[in-house]
Design a protein. Structure first.
Length: 195
């Protein structure tokens, strides 16, 4: 039997609206990358266009609590009041055991925790917006959140940016193609995959 190389863990965090999902999707599509997305669980409602089991596992409050009690999460966090998000052990371990690298889109508290847990097997990247004003503009033009939710997300951005020095790498998402190039190069260097 041949040994399968255990996959690496890539953690990406950024203030909401910074372009994290756009960058992750672009990087995953590059030939040579072998990054499987870890689908998190959440008790928030799906946005238009989001599919259960693809964007998130959308759980009720009770289901989310049951998964916490069952010890199913690597980490979980109440990112916004009453809204929980968690990384499932099953998602991360199955992917790594199959030899694929796994990419996690998680908040700053989860990001710092996962890096600490996985140590040298993990690379943490913080995606930085050019400015908080630009972040607000991107959330407005994405058009998926109410005014109240946008204000909440922008309000949290400065707190999140304070965590950037704890990440292995910081990538500024000003010009999207430059940010995708830089993120993919940093990941390829870490995983040893060639682009
Ligand atoms: P996040 O996943 O961080 O919440 P998204 O990837 O959904 O953010 O991006 C938020 C919005 O900003 C989207 O409409 C996206 O197309 C846009 N966007 C992403 N990167 C850039 C960029 N570098 N310049 C301008 N708009 C961007
Ligand atoms: P959104 O509601 O925009 O999809 O996500 C809100 C925030 O929750 C983002 O910062 C996202 O990275 C974070 N998030 C998503 N999944 C997880 C998770 O499993 N754990 C943690 N800690 N944060 C998560």
């Amino acid at each position: 039997m041949t040994d399968i190389r255990k996959g690496k863990v890539i953690v990406i965090s950024a203030p909401s609206g910074c372009g994290k999902s756009t960058i992750i999707n672009a990087v995953r599509e590059l030939p040579g990358m072998d990054l499987q997305f870890s689908v998190s669980a959440t008790n928030r409602d799906p946005r238009p266009g989001e599919t259960d089991g693809v964007s998130y596992y959308f759980l009720t409050d009770d289901e989310f609590r049951r998964r916490i009690d069952a010890g199913d999460f690597v980490e979980y966090c109440e990112v916004y009041p009453g809204r929980f998000y968690g990384t499932l052990k099953s998602e991360v371990e199955r992917t790594r055991d199959d030899g694929h690298d796994v990419i996690l889109d998680i908040d700053v508290v989860g990001g710092v925790n996962v890096k600490e847990m996985f140590g040298d097997d993990a690379l943490s990247i913080f995606i930085m917006p050019p400015s908080v004003d630009e972040l607000r503009r991107r959330l407005e033009s994405r058009g998926t959140d109410s005014e109240e939710r946008i204000a909440e997300r922008v309000g949290r951005a400065e707190y999140e940016i304070g965590f950037a020095p704890m990440y292995d790498r910081v990538v500024v998402n000003d010009d999207l193609s430059v940010a995708v190039e830089e993120t993919s190069r940093v990941i390829a260097d870490f995983t040893g995959r060639s682009l």
